[in-house]
Design a protein around this ligand. Sequence first.
Ligand code: IPM
Ligand code: MG
Length: 356
Amino acid sequence: MKKIILIPGDGIGPEIVAAARRILDKAAAKQKISFEFAEKYAGGAALDKFGLPLPADTIAACAEADATLLGAVGGPKWDNAPPELRAEKAILGLRKEMGLYINLRPIRVQPALAGNSPLKEENVAGADLLIVRELTGGIYFGKRREAFVDEETIERAWDIGEYSAPEIERVVRYAMRAALSRKKKVTSVDKSNVLASSRLWKKIAARTALDFPEVRLENMYVDNCAMQLILTPKAFDVIVTSNLFGDILSDEAAVITGSIGMLPSASVGQGPGLFEPIHGSAPDIAGLGIANPLGAILSAAMLLRFSLREEAAAAAIEGAVDKVLAMGYRTADIYGAGFTKVTTEEMGALVEKELA
Ligand code: IPM
Ligand code: MG
């Protein structure tokens, strides 16, 4: 019996998590795994109910479970909450509390969707990269001071971006290992021409790479990387980078696939893994039943792969998603003339049927 925590969260979160849950049930039936699900509150939903974004009960449940699947958190309703009560604190808190220091964002241009990319189809078709983002350090978790008025009556605020060698090494090591079963290339992204923490990053990356002679290590400044992702996305294999740079580059990489609604992510490290689609809570379309559930469904596949070691079940889900897309079914976000438009629920049902 595997225990899975579901955190529907806010906006479209509940709709896409419901779709992913059905797929998990189907996969379980096929592979003879049994799941016990429990739903927990986080984000705006938790703020409304308990007055705080990440109840202790949610953290405890996730820490005890085998894995957690999260929809999305946040929305305009809670945007004016004080910094310590922001809905985003839920995700940051879960990552930190569970020691999930590695975030994996596989960015694959689905052959059937290459035409949706804002870039030229021939430049993106076949692109397949993995962003390995450091997730519990750097400027996200450094000391900070909210806006204050200094002695000269000027308003200020600051955030410290600090890294230690062990924090860098464990994530670079993970990226190197991941590259071994891919194209054996790691691009370490930093801003070492300016930042001290980046100079340490680059040094530790080089040192760690010595243990992986088969893998080619390349260093790239983050500004150049932002440009190269647009110019030659196919030149990348594994990108490893800091928390902040990874946040920014993964949105950029995601959008070149033409379908941010489809991309999954996994956060792993010490505690049980946390799986969530890359996209946000999309409050503008919440409740309409038109959100793309494939990001959540593919996150469920990652959950099976990374937390439950059920590779066959994971691959079956991914194969089913590819098939449904190849058959021409599209949710509104990826719809175009000549395709069949479907709702969130219909898309989930199609994947479920393909799995059977
Ligand atoms: C992400 C998100 C989060 C982040 C937010 C919601 C705190 O943008 O997972 O990329 O900045 O890490
Ligand atoms: Mg982000």
